[in-house]
Design a protein. Sequence first.
Length: 384
Amino acid sequence: MTLTEAFTAQLEALDKRALLRRRRRIDSPCGPLVEVAGRRLLAFCSNDYLGLAADPALVVRAQEGARLYGVGSGGSQFISGFYAPHQELEERLARFVGLPRALCFSSGYLANIGIITALLGPSDAVFSDELNHASLIDGVRLCGADRHVYPHLDMAALAAALASCRSARKLVASDAVFSMDGDLAPLPVLLALCEQYDAMLLVDDAHGFGVLGPQGRGSLAHFALAAPRILTMGTLGKAAGVAGAFVAGAEEVVEWLLQRARTYIFETGSPALLAHTTLAAIDLIESGDARRLHLQALIAQLRAGLQGLRWTLSESTTPIQPLIIGSNEDALALGTALLEQGLWVPVIRPPTVAPGTARLRISLSAAHTPSQVDRLIAALQRLG
Ligand SMILES: *Cc1c(COP(=O)(O)O)cnc(C)c1O
């Protein structure tokens, strides 16, 4: 078999098991209504929770950023890719989440990998929820520390693993809002365990930043938590509507990350126009109570409307509202039936979620209207 034949066979095997992934091309800006293959679809897919990704004021701000700083940064941030908006954004983010210092990365994926590999080595131990995001999992795998993966939200299992650990440094890593379930980690319990066993706590707030807490300050603010042992990672491509990520925490820890996080050091700095745009996005988040209230109302509307269907709506108070269907075939059929009616809801299957829990991952945005949510409810009721 030649090399290309071998890959053809691998791809065919994926296709046979209905595991071949396909992208759907969008020909319009991010928003509730998107143009796909000449059709207008009502989409419940994006992580644009506050509807900022195509906000007109941010588009103008991005144009201004391009005029002021060009489109590329030209270098890694330690050489020549660190511009005024980068520094200003780090300072703004630290103040916004109420921690001493922040450091930006060009994506959340790279942030998690850089953070964990900079903090831990082979004589250390890391504790990770089994449903954590792939970027945390990959950071855990790369860092070389002893790995303890605990069952989803099982605080007793985590406590037992921490109690029997003799490693030099310990780190507990958890999503704050789990991306395929929409549920919240019990951050106060996680912090208490970290205090008891002298571990650091890394909170991945990709889905909480901008949405949860007063003024959208995130999951730590939602639970009113602060401690020098906490690091929080927030992404800027979800509720903030732009791109990138940051980590915030104690001054010394963040300085260490600046010195050692390889995914920060060895990468071309993200375009300054993005930091310039994100600064304005943070203002919109901070003053965005109306958007968050509207979003909460949509969540309540959807949950009320989907009661009594034969599928289970996950216990979630966040904009991520998964409807658990069960088999891959049923979930795919439902996704297809919705699409025929012009409704686009992503179907999530194993291995992304556990076998037998294929689901529609409905995600809501403040850009949705109540009548758009009603359209989805009506369609699901008919199909149910
Ligand atoms: C999206 C996501 C990331 C990755 O962030 P990007 O900026 O998209 O790379 C990390 N963690 C969680 C929980 C996420 O949902």
